[in-house]
Design a protein around this ligand. Structure first.
Ligand code: ATP
Length: 325
């Protein structure tokens, strides 16, 4: 029996996560879902956005399914990623048939460094006038990411990945990142192509079909994956995984979407596709492929939520997928 810790969070997380869980439950697998929560709502009640009891439940879990957290996001998702020692955030962006994508040829994956960069929280207010932030890049984290990227491209039958960086400006930090990733790739017989991240943002918009796997530092990965979301039809479609050595956390790329929260119309596909990544991770690859295929079919039939021009609500999309399963 696999144990999945379910943390819906706030906003539309409270709508899309239960919808995705319903889909997985319909498969009748040996999975136990353990309910917990974290985020703004929990902070209001307990004073703590991520209670220690929830953090302690991580140790007993095979994987975590997370929705989104509001203002307290940094106090929830960063400690959770740290708890599982997550070193890579995998963010696929694919344009699906039937979805009005800006760039229908997009089918790429962003492998984002997940533990350092500008997310280490080393910020200070030096004076009334000045504030600073320390950006951390280590050889260890860059190597772990690169090793994962090499395995990933080989699994996909590819032989190269693109390294996004800005070592023309951040010469020492991104210099270390780029050199480390290149050296690990070359040791693994994988080719790399180097791309300055701002120019890459433009090229991804113009020629997304040229990119399959993009490996980048933390903040660049965050920004480029939202850009990729724009290419394929919006944030409602992008799943992600945060991989650690013994556990992984799966979550949609989107946040709490306060503008539509509570209306029951959030697109659950990003979260359902995140659970597909989770099923693969815990050894249910065939079932993951089935749910993915049916989700794509549902999209192509136009049975979608309003963000994609459809008339369905969150539960309606989940019910459609379940009926097809
Ligand atoms: P947060 O501060 O939690 O990140 P946000 O509104 O700044 O929230 P997102 O939640 O990522 O950022 O959403 C950005 C916009 O994308 C929202 O305004 C919403 O309209 C749209 N959006 C995001 N996710 C979905 C979804 N699952 N279904 C439909 N629309 C979505």
């Amino acid at each position: 029996m696999k144990k999945i810790l379910v943390i819906p969070g706030d906003g539309i997380g409270l709508e899309v996560v239960p919808a995705a869980v319903e889909v997985i439950e319909a498969l009748g697998l040996k999975i136990e879902f353990i309910d917990a929560n974290a985020g703004d709502g929990v902070k209001k009640k307990t004073g703590d956005a991520l209670p220690i009891e929830v953090l302690e439940m991580v140790e007993d879990s095979d994987a975590i399914l997370f929705g989104a957290a509001g203002e307290s996001a940094a106090d929830v998702i960063l400690p959770l990623r740290r708890e599982i020692d997550s070193f890579v955030n995998v963010r696929p962006a694919k344009a699906y048939p039937g979805v009005n994508a800006l760039q229908p040829n997009t089918d790429l994956v962003i492998l984002r460094e997940n533990s350092e960069g500008v997310y280490t929280g080393i910020e200070s207010r030096v004076s009334e006038e000045m504030a600073t932030l320390t950006r951390v890049i280590t050889k260890t984290a860059s190597s772990r990411l690169a090793e994962y990227a090499c395995e990933y491209v080989k699994d996909q039958g590819l032989d190269k990945f693109t390294i996004a960086h800005k070592d023309n400006v951040m010469r020492i930090t991104d210099g270390l990142f780029r050199k480390t990733v290149e050296s690990v790739a070359s040791g693994n017989g994988v080719k790399t192509e180097s791309a300055i991240m701002d120019a890459l943002a433009m090229l991804m918009v113009m020629y997304p079909e040229k990119y399959q796997v993009i490996v980048c530092p933390n903040l660049a990965g965050d920004v480029l994956s939202d850009l990729a979301a724009g290419l394929v039809g919006g944030l409602g479609l992008l799943p992600s995984s945060n991989i650690g050595p013994n556990c992984a956390l799966f979550e949609p790329v989107h946040g709490t979407a306060p503008d539509i929260a509570g209306k029951g119309v959030a697109n659950p596909i990003a979260t359902i596709l995140s659970t597909c990544m989770m099923l693969e991770y815990i050894g249910y690859g065939e079932e993951a492929a089935r749910v993915r295929l049916i989700s794509e079919q549902t999209l192509s039939e136009g049975k979608t939520t309003p963000d994609l021009g459809g008339k369905e609500n969150t539960r309606g999309v989940a019910a459609e997928i379940i009926s097809k399963l």
